[in-house]
Design a protein around this ligand. Structure first.
Ligand SMILES: Cc1cc2nc3c(=O)[nH]c(=O)nc-3n(C[C@H](O)[C@H](O)[C@H](O)COP(=O)(O)OP(=O)(O)OC[C@H]3O[C@@H](n4cnc5c(N)ncnc54)[C@H](O)[C@@H]3O)c2cc1C
Length: 443
């Protein structure tokens, strides 16, 4: 490809850096613009003076991704990962522990028999979960969690919320057994692009999750511009021609954007094809990282809370899976609180949020307040894409293409899809490869 114009990449998270790395491997000129003052985006890692480390939310990545990026030898093995559900003051292993509850298992079996003869397509996430798991699991567990996660009623959410959940029961069972037999946390539910199998397990880079991004950025420093938010993407005849950064126009061969889809839609000038995308919504979320005395404070690594008396829907004892993230005998628990921007939770200061967590965690971790060593709060307005039925048609269309020539929208929020990092990596390489071929063909 030799148009004399570079490709502009927007965003230096794992998607933008994967794109940059791939373009460099293929000798394609690019400039990567990052709005913030450092790389990594949602994959940022933090370390404090007391020896506690944490990431933006709990992050689990695979050995396959670490090897592909070239940091496999700098990672520690995660030996155990498990999830549980907290219901009526008791913890149930997820997913198989729920079978111990007779009304759930009976209702589940009846539903599966009925589903065999029912070929009707569901119209909402509520219908999808009822049809797949029965009303008991749907109404007591799955739907309250989906609603807390998305901030929208399940009747207003698209069935795609459920359809995107990976893995069958048999496959989950096979991977869980492999995990026990091998003593490695075999990845389950983290990949859709590449097969999940016993040889793919969780690891953690010694320098934190951000190490994946720093490795990808190695040798690309000359083409990365920090503190350079892209303001406009100029389109003529439905084709990208230039971008506007810091008041300057740069002619480009193509744009690869990792900005949230709704933000991208606002940046694009000269066409109306992305107008509908401006309505896409992301769920804002708060993460309260509690530093606590003691270990194994929760029944398992992740504990889900479907009952809406809890202000949070999920808590994660990251140190149960990755003990090295805290000093000996101490833990980090990340509390996920779904909220709306500027609602009462969003407006709470750190002290009030910590107290709120204590008030609701006492039944789960008796004496939690006396174990307290400190806390930090992280906030993001773009934690999860919300699949509302009202824009489902536009979402499906956008999934195929931006409909603007030479404009790619990649990455988790760029694709408006709840993706883990390994999927982001493989999808980005595939899409950027197709773009390179297209541009080479044109020149
Ligand atoms: C709570 C939580 C837990 C998660 N847990 C896991 C996990 O366990 N395992 C896993 O694999 N994944 C996990 N993920 C997903 C993972 O974090 C993301 O898939 C990945 O980090 C997304 O990378 P990205 O490059 O697509 O986007 P981002 O990291 O968001 O990067 C986008 C970048 O674009 C920049 N940008 C935006 N607009 C502009 C502009 N106009 N100009 C210039 N720059 C701009 C932003 O500043 C940002 O740096 C989790 C995510 C969350 C929120």
């Amino acid at each position: 490809m030799n148009t004399g114009k570079p490709i502009a990449i927007i965003g230096a998270g794992i998607a933008g850096l994967t794109a940059a790395n791939f373009l460099r491997q293929n000798n394609v000129p690019f400039v990567l613009f990052e709005a913030g003052n450092k790389i990594a985006g949602l994959a940022t890692s933090f370390k404090d003076a007391d020896g506690f480390s944490h990431d933006f939310g709990a992050h689990f990545v695979t050995n396959r991704l670490a090897d592909a990026i070239g940091v496999g030898s700098e990672c520690q093995l995660v030996k155990h990962y498990g999830e549980a559900v907290w219901l009526k003051g008791k913890s149930y292993n997820y997913p198989f522990g729920l079978i111990q509850i007779p009304r759930m298992s009976l209702n589940f079996i009846k539903t599966k028999i009925k589903l065999f003869n029912n070929k009707q397509a569901p119209n909402s996430a509520a219908e999808w979960f009822n049809m797949q798991f029965g009303s008991s699991i749907a109404n007591e567990v799955a739907l309250p969690l989906i609603e807390a996660w998305s901030g929208a009623p399940a009747e207003k959410l698209s069935p795609a919320v459920g359809e995107s959940l990976p893995g069958s029961i048999l496959k989950t069972l096979y991977l869980k057994i492999s995990s026990v037999l091998t003593g490695r946390a075999v990845s389950c539910g983290y990949n859709r692009e590449m097969p999940e199998k016993p040889s793919v397990w969780h690891v953690y880079p010694n320098g934190g999750i951000a190490t994946l991004c720093s490795k990808l950025a190695e040798g690309l420093e000359d083409s990365i511009r920090l503190e350079s938010p892209v303001e406009e993407i100029m389109v003529e005849n439905e084709k990208v021609i230039a971008i506007l950064v810091k008041g300057e126009i740069l002619e480009v061969a193509a744009v690869i954007s990792t900005a949230p889809a709704n933000i991208l839609a606002k940046m694009v000038k000269g066409t109306t094809v992305l107008q509908g995308i401006q309505r896409f919504r992301f769920r804002p979320m708060l993460f309260v990282n509690l530093r606590l005395e003691g270990r194994k404070l929760l029944p398992d690594t992740v504990l889900w809370f479907p009952e809406n008396k809890f202000p949070f829907f999920r808590i994660t004892e990251v140190t149960r899976s990755m003990p090295w993230l805290a000093p000996e005998g101490k833990s980090i628990i990340t509390v996920d609180i779904g909220c709306q921007k500027d609602d009462e939770y969003w407006a709470m200061d750190e002290k009030t949020l910590t107290q709120l967590c204590f008030d609701h965690l006492e039944s789960v971790i008796p004496g939690v307040k006396n174990k307290f060593l400190g806390s930090t709060v992280l906030r993001t307005t773009i934690s999860y894409p919300v699949f509302l039925n009202e824009y489902e048609k536009e979402r499906k269309d956008f999934e195929q293409s931006t409909n603007v020539e030479n404009l790619l929208s990649i990455g988790r929020n760029g694709e408006f899809s709840h993706r883990f990092m390994e999927d982001v990596y493989w999808r980005t390489r595939k899409k950027v490869g197709e773009l390179i071929e297209k541009l080479a063909h044109e020149s």
